[in-house]
Design a protein around this ligand. Sequence first.
Ligand code: FES
Ligand SMILES: [Fe+2]
Length: 393
Amino acid sequence: MSKAKLIELALKDLQHGRNGTMDLADDVYKVPVEKYYDPERFAAEKEKIFRRLPLLLGASAELPEVGSYKALDAAGVQVLLTRNRNHEIKAFVNMCTHRGARLVDNGSGTAHKFTCPYHAWTFSPDGDLVAIYTADDFGDIDKSCYGLTELPVLERAGLIWGTLNPQSTLDIEQFLSGYDAMLDQFGFADWHHYKTQVLEGPNWKIAYDGYLDYYHLPILHGRSFGTDMHNQANFYSWGPHTHLGRPGTHMEEWEGKAEEDWPTDQLLMGVWTIFPHVSIASFDGGGRSVMISQLFPGETPETSRTNQIFLMEKLPETDEDKQAAEQQFDFLKFVVAEEDYATGLALQKNLPVGARDHILFGRNEAGGQRFHRWVDAIIAADDDALPGLFQEN
Ligand code: FES
Ligand SMILES: [Fe+2]
């Protein structure tokens, strides 16, 4: 079903490619500049978006086996992901229930119990408090009331979503709006984590705008990878999540063939963004890979942090492939840091000076338009109205 959908989209891209057209938005769209720097707006984004919506916390390949864990800082909340004895993913606030210490340092590894570095209280991968250090001296407490605080979590399509509010009742599957079935075509559940590299960037929306934008490819990336690229995109959305396809004619070679004869890896090319903070793009240096760019807002409106999580379909075995993979990932760090984020950091200095009261997203920049409309709609929605925004399509 989802492969059929991928073919349907490829045929649309082909039609546009033949006509020399692209999917255009109805009109040019204005974004008031203060939305990128106003501290109140920034606080509302953190509260209403990052603390209410499911976020992509990691990939299944980062926690491949029973006992795997990953600890990370997600928009100011310290999170611990574990894989328990039933091979299920659990998510917790990474906070000891004694006096609140961070239970596990950020990073990943394997552990069958977690002992707090402060006073050695010990927890299981299911979050249970299993031991209190010198318990006789401590005094009586009901251990069952002092397990780790659990967060809603869902593992789908080889990816892990979690909601940072422990009380959230928002259905993560509903939020995904059917997009997980599309992402499942990658088969990430069987892929491998190669490495993660971290980049500091500008305001998270300035950074994210770039991932929804092919318009800049032959210009800003004209001296790196974009030299021969055209700048058109087709935007396909599932709820707030958007895939960027490319008008083209190379699909002609599969036209009329049976579904199984269309190459799934080729159909998955292009960018897959996951609202509100992730983009997935495919590469082939040293073997088939994806870069999952996971963005989090920083401490101030002008800062963000991006984890570039690299997954590979097969880990490189030969020295030649390892070197090619390293070169590919070094190159991607360079391009994003020195071209995209350097541009964004300089851009954001212009916004508050009073020179212009808005910036523009053209009819050819429908991805950015949709993103900003979704951000506005989610901030405006109260908790009761929130689930109603997400419908499967
Ligand atoms: S804060 Fe963790 S054992 Fe005391
Ligand atoms: Fe870019």
